[in-house]
Design a protein around this ligand. Sequence first.
Ligand code: GDP
Ligand code: IMO
Ligand code: MG
Length: 439
Amino acid sequence: MAALDSLSLPLSLREFGNTSVVGLQWGDEGKGKIVDLLTEQFDFAIRWNGGSNAGHSVKVSDKKYAFHLIPSGILRPECTSVIANGVVIDPLKLLEEIDALITQGIKVEENLKISLAANVVFPYHKLQDQLGEVAAGGGKIGTTGRGIGPCYADKANRSTAIRLIDILDDNRLKPKLQAIVAYKNAVFAAIYKASPFDWQPMFEQYRACGEQLRPFITDTTRLLHTAWKAGKRLLFEGANAVLLDLDHGTFPFVTSSNCGTGLSVGTGLPGTAVQSTLGVVKAYSTRVGGGPFPTEQNNPLGDKIRQRGNEYGTTTGRPRRCGWIDAVALRYTAAITGATGICVMLLDVLSTFDELKICTGYKVKGETTDWFPADAQELQTAEPVYETVKGWHESLDQVTFFDQLPANAKNYLAKLEQYIGVPIKIVSIGPARHQTLIR
Ligand code: GDP
Ligand code: IMO
Ligand code: MG
């Protein structure tokens, strides 16, 4: 492993080919940092799922960027950033993000392309999300309140969906919005006694957003196929994470899109366009929102991880639930995604622990299993079986090569690699670009 200069990635990374970056836990693994690093060697960075529920933080020198909809690749002037069909877009948030980046001197105008087919988040989606959570009481999912679930539900419903291309044209948007708002108002009044939305100002506001976004909007499927055929290098930035995947996560405590699977659905590119999948993993576990979390440490140990890792959400600022690393979950999510390499992030946070635990199995209904239960209720009852390993007290601040890591840190990584069954390619020991060890 060699130390990474912020300006020159080792050529060995070229072996990855077109690469998908996905989170293998419950989100916030550090996907943004990995995408930012890798885009130095890629021509396109592509978001294909989720919406502004995602929060990807990137640190470059003394600057911090928080991305919600725009791919982290936008920081590289030579890289084209694409928001593809599978993303649900809140145009107000997107314009805020574009403005903030332009103010920070980032070249957005020529480098951002947005799919005309992406579905649009409206204020009634956010209200529905928030009212639904309140109504669910103790059974709430703990969503980000960004209207993601209701927008994807309307997309599947088709007749109540609005795509980005619709907000470019009075004649497309007006009749749709009028009908949808009337329908939503009736439903919200009946169920939640909510005050009605007025479609007219919403129409004007969204048409204005459409005009501002017009220069970015295109057929991204065509763009990506042309790029792929021309041999351009494609990097896919997953949002959310596999344990939040609508079909393969801890349902119903998940988000409303596919997160580990579904890249082809979200982009229109076939699976053969992707050669490598990098699974991004924290050196421990965190989760925001509700749902089962077998290795959670709701105690001073978890508090120590939260404090050392600054584990507060990029999108909502909520404290993240913290716990030990779960190799059962990781073996499952690595299998689901076909991960060809693992990036272990935030290893520095684990310095100063006497002992670390790795969950290697679950006890479910009196039996030990190493397969992740398909049902969240069963997972809720799972008792983790741990292997305890020695920790290390040294700071990792001065480490520039893998071999300089404390012996116990290397042992911890070797155990993880063995349990997950996929090689560790990248280890991160701080948020900055240079705090990265590449194998
Ligand atoms: P994402 O959603 O997967 O992109 O992850 P987030 O950006 O939500 O959360 C990861 C946080 O960890 C961000 O604040 C990063 O700047 C930070 N981070 C990334 N890698 C490291 C690391 O190796 N060490 C530390 N201490 N922080 C890191
Ligand atoms: P990134 O890309 C962490 C979680 C929410 C909630 C559940 C459903 O930054 O890793 P939603 O608003 O999507 O309906 O919420 O999913 N969630 C995330 N947690 N990081 C994310 O994204 C998340 N995206 C969704 O906290 O539990
Ligand atoms: Mg995040």
